[in-house]
Design a protein around this ligand. Structure first.
Ligand SMILES: Cc1cc2nc3c(=O)[nH]c(=O)nc-3n(C[C@H](O)[C@H](O)[C@H](O)COP(=O)(O)OP(=O)(O)OC[C@H]3O[C@@H](n4cnc5c(N)ncnc54)[C@H](O)[C@@H]3O)c2cc1C
Length: 411
């Protein structure tokens, strides 16, 4: 068997890249530190075409969402699990001004295609604070990331190509011919997918990744408005949005619900909702805070009329780039060392497209004659270790590490 690519970190980025490389016949070896602050297991996995208070369509939505749907459906077939669910985003208006602002959007062709006026206030199963009304955003979806990670981990563990360990840069040696070595095994390339943990890794400190901690609650709702029997088999297809987001979610048990206890699954399907998030910048502290809990409680009360119980309060730390775009490409000086990071708040949407782009670039690099890769990579300008990475002009593509890589990493 040919030498694998070493993937350092298996959150969503490392996971999607592993599958994209395998699909191209490139073997992988994945090592993950099981960091408790990882963002992926805590994420809601939402893909919303009209996100943010600015109500702007998500940039390049069609390209990213089409690829995301294709990739997640492909992984559902490969891993024989369901991860991707259609969602309607029910936006609750906070006041009459906001209601008027949204109604104005109905005349805007760029946005009106995502709005469905026919959906009524009482359509969702939840007892909501909906006195000012709301509007449905359609065409979005949700991926259950924790479930995808669990299934992928089992799959690669069975194949003998996953292990749990923390890979410090000094433990991995660059060989003179451009390959890499770790624990007496050699690799064609190393790809770092360490999320926020890489913000101060010497190799990548120059990128200026900012950690952004997000706290979430898993809520158990005591009084669903609809009888349980009315629930569709795939669970409620609703995400509710106001000051925060409320999304249906299986409580992550480390076990796929299909294999689990039927009674527990029933309760989870009907009653467990993800609520997020309360955010803090520039911290790697993955412990939940009192302030975060209080903020999340206020969000919940602003959205729900009924009682709720808190099943879990936890934190995930996102990796965010200064220009809020992913960072994907080779290291400017070290051959065959790559990164895939900066997925910020949109990993589910951006991850699949960027994983495909990166796998394609790696495949080309590996296939190139004399693919030690030293020449191809080292020719580009070399950012000084201490100079923070400067993002390109807004709207300009290609994004990030453009100096080092003659490939476009933004559609
Ligand atoms: C509360 C919250 C809500 C979110 N909601 C959404 C949402 O609705 N929609 C959406 O698209 N995105 C959402 N996100 C963002 C999403 O989670 C991220 O964009 C994405 O999961 C990032 O994936 P990642 O693989 O880059 O990083 P991570 O998930 O942080 O994974 C990094 C991995 O690298 C490993 N690692 C680090 N260093 C090493 C090392 N030295 N050796 C070995 N392994 C290492 C860690 O153990 C970890 O598993 C949310 C995030 C949070 C925190």
């Amino acid at each position: 068997m040919s030498e694998p690519v070493l993937i350092r970190g298996m959150g969503l980025a490392g996971c999607l890249l592993g599958h994209a490389l395998e699909a191209r016949g490139i073997p992988v070896h994945i090592v993950d530190a099981a960091w408790l602050g990882a963002a992926s297991p805590k994420a809601a996995g939402l893909m919303n075409p009209l996100a943010g208070r600015a109500l702007k369509p998500a940039p390049e939505w069609d390209t990213f969402h089409t690829q995301a749907r294709h990739s997640y459906r492909h992984l559902e077939r490969k891993l024989e699990r369901s991860f991707l669910f259609e969602r309607t985003y029910w936006t609750l208006f906070r006041n009459p001004e906001e209601a008027a602002q949204w109604r104005g959007l109905l005349n805007d062709p760029e946005r009106s295609c995502f709005l469905d006026q026919s959906v009524q206030n009482n359509a969702t199963p939840l007892p909501l604070q909906d006195g000012c009304g709301g509007m449905a955003v359609v065409g979005g979806s949700q991926v259950h990331i924790a479930k995808l990670l669990d299934a992928s981990r089992s799959y690669w563990t069975q194949k003998g190509c996953f292990e749990t360990a923390s890979l410090a840069p000094e433990a991995i040696q660059a060989l003179p011919d451009g390959r890499w070595q770790w624990a007496k095994r050699s690799y064609r390339a190393v790809v770092c997918c360490g999320g926020a943990m890489d913000h101060n890794t010497p190799w990548w400190a120059f990128l200026g990744i900012r950690p952004n901690a997000g706290e979430r609650l898993m809520l158990k709702l005591e009084e669903p408005r609809m009888p349980e029997a009315a629930e569709p088999p795939q669970g409620w297809p609703w995400v509710v949005r106001k000051a925060g987001l409320l999304a249906p979610m299986h409580l992550h048990t480390g076990q796929a619900p299909e294999d689990g206890d039927v009674a527990t699954e029933q309760v989870q399907r009907n009653r467990v909702w993800w609520l997020g998030s309360a955010n803090r910048w520039d911290t790697m502290d993955h412990h939940p805070t009192e302030a975060g809990r209080a903020q999340l409680h206020r969000m919940a009360k602003g959205m729900l009329r009924g009682a709720f119980g808190v099943l879990e309060h936890s934190v995930g730390i996102r990796a965010t780039m200064p220009d809020r775009r992913p960072v994907v490409g080779p290291h400017p000086r070290l051959p065959n060392l790559w990164c895939f990071n900066g997925l910020g708040t949109k990993g589910s949407l951006w991850g699949p497209w960027h994983a495909e782009a990166l796998a394609h670039a790696l495949q080309q690099q590996i296939a190139a004659p004399g693919s030690g890769g030293a020449t191809a990579v080292a020719e580009g300008p070399i950012p000084a270790q201490e100079t923070p990475y400067r993002a390109p002009r807004p709207g300009a593509a290609p994004r990030l590490l453009e100096a080092c890589l003659p490939a476009r990493f933004w559609p």
